[in-house]
Design a protein around this ligand. Structure first.
Ligand code: HPA
Ligand code: ZN
Length: 337
């Protein structure tokens, strides 16, 4: 199964670029920027990555991102993730970035986006990995601040495909961002949001009906409400599920309790993703490997998950067809092995 997973062509649809910051690179960038971090070794950093909940993680994640200063830093961070995509047969990735994590510290929006965009362009040419950018608003900040970010993004509109909503979910419902999502859609951005990771099913309802999102990040707590599940199935809204993240942030007690298979069986369109791989113990292939084992997924299940990753990506129909054909050929060749 491991070999089958490693070779499987796939897309990653839920990935925070700031969450790919591996300790080694963090040390290197901190050193060249003359910034001290409160850790003495990679081992110390890894030991600090024990989380009780989302907020616990976010505190350390924002701290880590604080060493990113120059365009080159954002380039290196992004390129290093895209190299990992190439190694894992991730053909396409939809990368979230949190501009406010950086602009709040005085880093220019242009520094962030120029570095990330250039790395994506180089990776397409050098590694054959395609990517799309999702600009995420931090939901613990105000809607007015999100509006400022939207405005700052407009000169770079051609490089950004969608808007997202992340950070502390509880107490920051999707409805708080109704107006800025409306304005974002008017500018041509596709609306996406985290919902139902720690928040209840009513947050997922709000994300669907008020923000009009076309894909749900996480969505675990949708299962609290059978009417919502039916609606998600009916509207064909895909879920970007992140098994190792859910385990690390104690959204599920154990991978064996993970609802991924239940979601699939209920007709929901599920994908597997790494969320913040540097913090949660594995890249996307490791997520596939561990969830396959925990839930005894079949090759057919894995094929379906990979198929969904292309089908519910933000790519155009032609690109989807190209990747789906590649996936089908792989599946036919490897199904019996
Ligand atoms: N949830 C919410 N916000 C985030 C996450 C997440 O899993 N990762 C990075 N920001
Ligand atoms: Zn996320």
């Amino acid at each position: 199964m491991k070999t089958f997973i490693e070779g499987l062509p796939k897309a990653e649809l839920h990935l925070h670029i700031e969450g790919t910051f591996e300790p080694e690179l963090m040390f290197e960038i901190a050193r060249r920027n003359n910034i001290s971090i409160p850790f003495n070794s990679v081992k110390e950093i890894e030991e600090a990555y024990q989380f009780d909940c989302l907020q616990d993680f976010l505190d350390i994640y924002y701290q880590g991102a604080g060493v990113l200063i120059t365009e080159r830093d954002f380039y290196d961070l992004t390129y290093s993730y895209l190299e990992k995509c190439a190694d894992q047969n991730v053909k396409h990735t939809e990368i979230m970035f949190d501009p406010q994590t950086h602009t709040e510290r005085g880093i220019a929006f242009s520094t962030v986006i120029n570095g990330i965009h250039k790395a994506c362009k180089d990776a397409k040419n050098n590694l054959g990995v395609s990517s799309i950018l999702i600009m995420s608003f931090l939901r613990h900040l105000s809607e007015e601040e999100a509006f400022n970010t939207l405005k700052e993004s407009l000169p770079f509109k051609d490089w950004i495909t969608a808007v997202g909503l992340d950070s502390s979910e509880k107490g920051n419902p999707p409805s708080k961002f109704k107006n800025v999502f409306e304005a974002s859609v008017k500018e041509g951005y596709i609306p996406l949001a985290h919902a139902g990771e720690e928040g209840d099913a009513d947050y997922v309802w709000e994300a669907l009906d008020i923000l009009r999102i076309i894909r749900i990040d996480h969505g675990n707590n949708s299962l609290q409400d059978p009417v919502l599940v039916d609606e998600i199935v009916k509207r064909e809204i895909a879920l970007t599920v992140c098994p190792l993240s859910n385990k690390a942030l104690q959204v599920v007690p154990d991978l064996k309790d993970h609802p991924l298979k239940k979601m699939m069986d209920s007709g929901m369109k599920v994908t597997v993703n790494s969320d913040d791989p540097a913090y949660f113990g594995g890249q996307v292939n490791q997520n596939f490997i561990e969830i396959q084992k925990a839930l005894e997924l079949t090759k057919k299940d894995l094929y379906q998950l990979a198929k969904n990753s292309f089908e519910y990506s933000l790519l155009n129909r032609d690109s989807k067809e190209k990747y789906l054909a590649e996936l089908d050929a792989y599946y036919q060749q490897n199904i019996g092995k």
